[in-house]
Design a protein around this ligand. Sequence first.
Ligand code: ASP
Length: 424
Amino acid sequence: MTTRRDFLSLGAVAAAGLTAGPNASAETTESVKSMKPPARPVIVTRVTGDQTVQEAYQMLLDGADTLDAAHHICLGRENDPRDHSVGLGGLPNEDGIVELDSCCMHGPSRRAGSVGGVRNIRNVCQLARKVYEHTSHVMMVGEGAEKFAVDLGFQRENLLTEDARKMWMLWKESNSQMDWWGPGMADPAWKDPYAGKPAPKPTIDLHGLSSLTPLNPGAVPRHPGEGWQPIIAARTQKLLAMAADLQIAPELRLAAVEQILWPTTGTIHVSALNTKGEISGATTTSGLAWKLSGRLGDSPIIGAGCYTDQDVGSAGATGSGEENIKVAGAHTIVELMRQGYTPKEAGLETLRRIVRNYDGDMNRIRYLDMEYYIVRRDGTYAGVSLWTTGPTGRPRQFVVHDGTCRVEPCACLLPGAAVEWPPF
Ligand code: ASP
């Protein structure tokens, strides 16, 4: 019988990487070990619409810490009240309260920090770092994390902006039956609100998935351009009238209606690598719009929303947090790169695992959305996405800066558009 003591010492051996045989694949492959850091720093992130990526890049050129550079980009989004997926102005939970999640990993010191469900504190990316800088913990949540922030000098403030409050009211009035309460899609009792007629089998290479449950393209909007215009137009008109009634400013009404039809999934992840081979990653979000109070997604989970091991690389995520937690997405990607996968292959393989978790049932998978941002220690990078476009038909893209700052299309696993859940 294995005693607790034997078990612990076996764990220590494994943790020290001293095991052989079946565990050998956990070792960093020689090809990855022999990689040299890039000649220029590399940053990968989502499209931010501001100058912070260029500024962060300059910080790296000037010798700044990789996590400081990553956080510079996160802070830009947290401080922008027009970004409804993060920080100040983030869309609230179903009770109208903004709850923020964030985590980070500092490659050079191999430290990690995380906060979840934090109210009233806008810069949670910095708060996550303070957890490892000032405590011997890694993760703090809720009231305790808020108190910790205030003790450290962070200002308490109301994060619910007037615009976000009115959007929440619009959601409450219009969509109250389409919420995040169960049964969820992983529940056998779940019923597809758009269940319909049989449909052709999609031709998708899922490497090892024997069959996909056929999707009925006529039963659900792939995106607003495909046969659903009349329904969406009617719904939009109704919501616009309600938005006017709620005194949402005319120029914001259409954007507010879009938040109801396709609730924001946003989040920002940044991975930053310098020429010394130091890498850090950070993720920050207000999570799913209209989520249940206390719900944590993947963004504060080290290994799901963000994972960095500078022997190998760094990855982070935006999208369906629940699905990403179940495949430990960011960690899976880094481990696959450790075994020799390229960033793109590692990202696509992790997306396949999400698809596999639903046995390839496209009637459920169409409601999922997932993007990963990935950089390997040699500077090779990728942005990968479950679908080619988001629900509004916008192509999935990411930003890379490796001397030139540019937007690139994500590599996509499935052709078509995600359909946001809850549906309208
Ligand atoms: N991943 C985030 C969460 O589940 C949301 C998002 O990225 O859109 O909280």
